[in-house]
Write a protein that binds this ligand. Sequence first.
Ligand SMILES: NC(=O)c1ccc[n+]([C@@H]2O[C@H](COP(=O)([O-])OP(=O)(O)OC[C@H]3O[C@@H](n4cnc5c(N)ncnc54)[C@H](O)[C@@H]3O)[C@@H](O)[C@H]2O)c1
Length: 260
Amino acid sequence: MQVAIVTGAAKPDSIGHAVALGLVEEGMQVVVADLYEQGFGTLPRCLCIRTDVSNPASVDAMVNRTVEKHGRIDVLVNCVGGSWGITAQDLTAPPPRGFRGLTNCTLDDWRTILGANLDATFYCCRAVAPHIKKQGGAIVNLASVAARKGIPPGAEGSSGPYAVAKAGVMALTKQLALELGEFGVRVNSVAPGVIASGRFTKVAAMTGPGAGPEGPLKQIPMGRVGTVAETAALIVALCTDDTSYMTGVTVDINGASYAA
Ligand SMILES: NC(=O)c1ccc[n+]([C@@H]2O[C@H](COP(=O)([O-])OP(=O)(O)OC[C@H]3O[C@@H](n4cnc5c(N)ncnc54)[C@H](O)[C@@H]3O)[C@@H](O)[C@H]2O)c1
């Protein structure tokens, strides 16, 4: 049986949660790595391991435990991320008000946002690489439309460091695809526009309709934000042989909001 690790999947309204359930449906043994232990009970068919993905020692311990328990790793999906605070204290806190751009964010904002979006993706890929190389497999990283077009100053609940971190995730994806191609490991990113996960819902409750990171809905040619289910379906496809010749790319899913 194939073994998949999904980071950032414990919150029932997260993209990662839907990915974990989708991979279970594909017949995989799924390990969930997350800080939010309160959500572990919602994933009875997964092995849930409390992990802080921004801490390399915590990531190494999670990967070692996965291999001890299941003997192999075939798939890694790096879902942890976000445009504002993503430390343990932030998991249940409301979003901060205002926009944290590159010129007005604190150094702590920069480090924690880069840490959970970019460093964490690097730590997880690096720890999984020696195992996934043994038989081949797939890695999917979460980027963002923010890396394609930046985030306009003033966008509530969002940040400049986030756009930079996700651009780094896209470059990391290309580089890793080059390094792991000969081992039959495919590495791709997904760059969502605004998706109605729990994170977005919290920001929208604070800002009111059309004033959060999604902007006025008329700026999205499809006239709506995306759903967690349609985003997870794309990610799951990138984990399976349905996409067996795709690697080193970032796939956009944004209702044409980047094309517009
Ligand atoms: N929702 C969107 O509109 C949107 C848009 C573009 C990109 N994305 C990206 O998609 C991914 C998933 O987003 P989401 O909206 O589902 O987020 P979410 O906040 O709903 O879920 C994130 C999950 O990560 C966990 N987590 C947070 N910090 C952690 C840490 N340090 N270690 C381990 N677990 C941690 C949380 O407990 C939660 O389960 C992120 O990388 C995000 O940047 C989301």
